[in-house]
Design a protein around this ligand. Structure first.
Ligand code: ADP
Ligand code: MG
Length: 285
């Protein structure tokens, strides 16, 4: 009886979760070359969605479209059920080389973002900035300039700045690609914490299958481009919160990682074969 009730509540809850982003039949060209083809994707509020796929498959391009920096050639993108061609939604971004302003301290970088949305005294802004820096375990470095910080610290500050923008939608394009493995793991946990505590929706791009599986609710696998298409949307079958050490030592994790990599490699091999066919049928062989 109790189980039935629990299940009911769970099902109900699942249905109650709103759509955050909806991409309908998206295609996109650069200079007449098709870069993205027929992208259909629904992202729920509070989900972490990871884009994976070989370089050139259009992951960053799709992010640009979802942020509203470029417009699709065909199709429509809705955020909070509103077409972004009409209302550009608030969102924050963190990129691999996301530069903080080098002439501003960590705290000042964040104050600059805060000033866009809140009217507060300088002292209050400083306190608020400090609280964001404390959240990313950088409270001690509030007066440091980016040049005085390590790559990991800079990326923490960039995340604090993204959070201070105050949007519940965050886009991250290979944000940890240049960091050492230990820092990378710490920042993955930070992202999971932000997502858990604040119910932020996060769209995250990575090449790293382990990173993808550890943080994602679902992985969107792209085919090699151009044009990039969605090869598969893979639900990650491990419940959250996840314990990295425990999870990574299970056979299920290893099998799932191989499964994810197989889907990516299958796309790459198919593309290579396609190219070989063109070559063997073409004039120039
Ligand atoms: P990914 O992020 O998956 O590596 P991108 O979205 O960066 O892929 O690129 C997808 C394709 O679009 C690539 O073939 C790339 O060369 C092309 N491309 C990206 N940006 C531009 C641009 N500004 N002008 C022309 N082509 C571009
Ligand atoms: Mg990219």
């Amino acid at each position: 009886m109790v189980t039935v009730l629990q299940n009911l509540t769970f099902e109900q809850k699942k249905d109650d979760i709103k759509n955050k982003i909806e991409a309908k039949s998206i295609s996109f060209d650069y200079d007449g070359i098709e870069i993205l083809k027929n992208i259909n994707l629904m992202i729920k509020e509070g989900e972490i969605i990871v884009f994976m796929g070989p370089s050139g498959s259009g992951k960053s391009t799709l992010l640009r479209l979802l942020i509203g920096l470029n417009s699709p050639k065909h199709g429509e993108i809705l955020v909070n059920n509103q077409a972004i061609s009409e209302t550009l939604p608030d969102s924050s971004v963190v990129f691999q080389d996301y530069a903080l302003f080098p002439w501003l301290t960590a705290e000042e970088n964040i104050i600059l973002a805060l000033k866009q949305r809140v009217k507060k005294s300088k002292k209050e802004l400083q306190q608020l900035a400090k609280s964001y820096l404390e959240l990313v375990k950088l409270g001690h470095a509030n007066k440091k300039y980016p040049g005085e910080m390590s790559g990991g610290m800079r990326q923490r500050a960039a995340i604090a700045r993204a959070l201070s923008v105050g949007s519940d939608l965050m886009f991250m394009d290979e944000p940890f690609g240049a960091l050492d493995p230990v820092t990378r793991i710490q920042l993955q946990d930070l992202i999971l914490q932000v997502n858990r505590d604040r119910q932020h929706t996060i769209v995250f791009v990575t090449h790293d299958a382990e990173e993808a599986i550890y943080i994602a609710d679902r992985i969107v696998m792209f085919t090699p481009g151009p044009p990039g298409e969605i090869a598969e949307i893979i639900e990650v079958p491990f419940s959250k919160p996840r314990n990295r050490k425990q999870l990574f030592s299970t056979q299920e994790f290893n099998q799932f990682r191989d499964y994810v990599l197989d889907i990516m490699n299958k796309g790459i091999f198919e593309k290579l074969e396609e190219k070989l066919e063109v070559r063997t049928n073409g004039d120039w062989i």
